[in-house]
Design a protein around this ligand. Structure first.
Ligand code: UT7
Length: 324
């Protein structure tokens, strides 16, 4: 049976570090509030590192760790809601920057914080169908461009960053065992960025600005419920139980959401990977950035069951069960 194996991981974050104390000097907030409510201590903010630059750098690192040449890649999928341009896709810009062969396929997917899981789900299906042999899957976002730096209830939460994996078609028992993606558009207005001053056609509401809006409390509750169920459904679908999970890599939105999910599933804390304290919520970048860090820290061993789980605007959510 052909499966998609993660043969390499990579990541990239911008140089500029913005700490909670830096934000405290800019507006009415505090390190105490931000770290106790979210677990975030600092985040990266891009200056010259645009979305395509971050994506290409993370991708280059993933290709290097997989020992795969750009010429071998036949599919590039980028999960992002902060693309470099309206078009072409950020995936096409990465294809050009890395010298990935002309004629391969490259496209973006828009699923906010679930962007990487949507992208890896699609790539896995291309590989299993025999339409691709080696895919580059990237999650990247530059939220510093779309958050309102005058809205303390959202701007302290997000950061910029990118992560990438190389998926390789391989026979055998290792690789992605199952991936599942979901959405519920009824709740689109819990977390969104109008991105324009035009009225929204569906609701006939005119938004007076462009930036990210979030109903934090409701999103929080739904995230805990939904991620827990997504994990149990996905491991069950793969013929496993939550006890088989060697490492859970959840979307890094809030340490309290991650801890509540871990407690709900009765997972030992050491089986849950977090790096939110350093990067905040990097949206589609969050899971592959955490995965790369976990791999580089030696937290993932051959044959381990690794589970990725996301939750984000759309609403969108998803999970992937991987035998490493
Ligand atoms: O990635 C996609 C999914 N995103 C999420 O899952 C995010 C989910 N939501 C959350 O993580 C949390 O709801 C937040 C971190 C956004 C907010 O935490 P909270 O514990 O729900 O706080 P709150 O919104 O209920 O606000 C409590 C208080 C308010 O003051 P009052 O009304 O009680 O006087 C806020 O005005 O905290 C105040 N506040 C702040 N204070 C200092 C809000 N933001 C700040 C801030 N600094 N940055």
């Amino acid at each position: 049976m052909v499966r998609s194996r993660i043969s390499g991981t990579g990541s990239f974050v911008p140089k500029m570090v913005v700490t909670n104390n830096d934000l405290d000097r800019m507006f009415d907030t505090s390190d105490g509030w931000i770290s106790s409510r979210t677990g975030i201590r600092e985040r990266r903010v891009s200056v010259s590192e645009t979305t395509a630059v971050m994506a290409a750098k993370a991708a280059r690192n993933a290709l290097k760790s997989a020992k795969v040449s750009p010429k071998e890649i036949d599919l590039v999928i980028v999960g992002t809601v902060t693309p470099e341009m309206t078009f072409p896709s950020t995936a096409c810009l990465v294809q050009s920057e890395l010298g990935i062969r002309s004629g391969s396929a490259a496209f973006d997917v828009s699923a906010a914080c679930s962007g990487f899981l949507y992208a890896i789900d699609a790539a896995d299906k291309y590989i299993r169908a025999g339409s691709a042999k080696k895919a580059l899957v990237i999650g990247v976002d530059r939220f510093s461009r779309i958050i309102d730096w005058n809205d303390r209830s959202t701007c302290v939460l997000f950061g910029d960053g990118a992560g990438a994996v190389v998926l390789t078609a391989e026979e055998g028992h290792r690789g992605i065992l199952l991936s599942d993606i979901h959405s519920d558009g009824r709740h689109w207005d819990m977390l969104f960025a109008p991105g324009s001053i035009q009225p929204c056609h569906f609701e006939e509401k005119a938004f007076n600005d462009y930036y990210v809006k979030m109903n934090g409390n409701e999103t929080f509750k739904l995230a805990v419920r939904t991620m827990g169920k997504a994990i149990t459904d996905a491991v069950g679908g793969a013929g496993l139980t939550t006890r088989d999970i060697a490492l859970l890599i959840p979307h890094q939105a809030n340490i309290r959401i991650i801890n509540a999910t871990q407690e709900r599933l009765k997972l030992p804390p050491e089986r849950v990977f977090t790096n939110i304290e350093k990067y905040g919520n990097t949206s589609a970048g969050s899971i592959p950035l955490a995965l790369d860090e976990a791999v580089r820290a030696g937290r993932v061993k051959d044959d381990d069951i690794v589970v990725l789980v996301s939750f984000g605007g759309g609403l969108t959510w998803g999970a992937a069960v991987i035998r490493w």
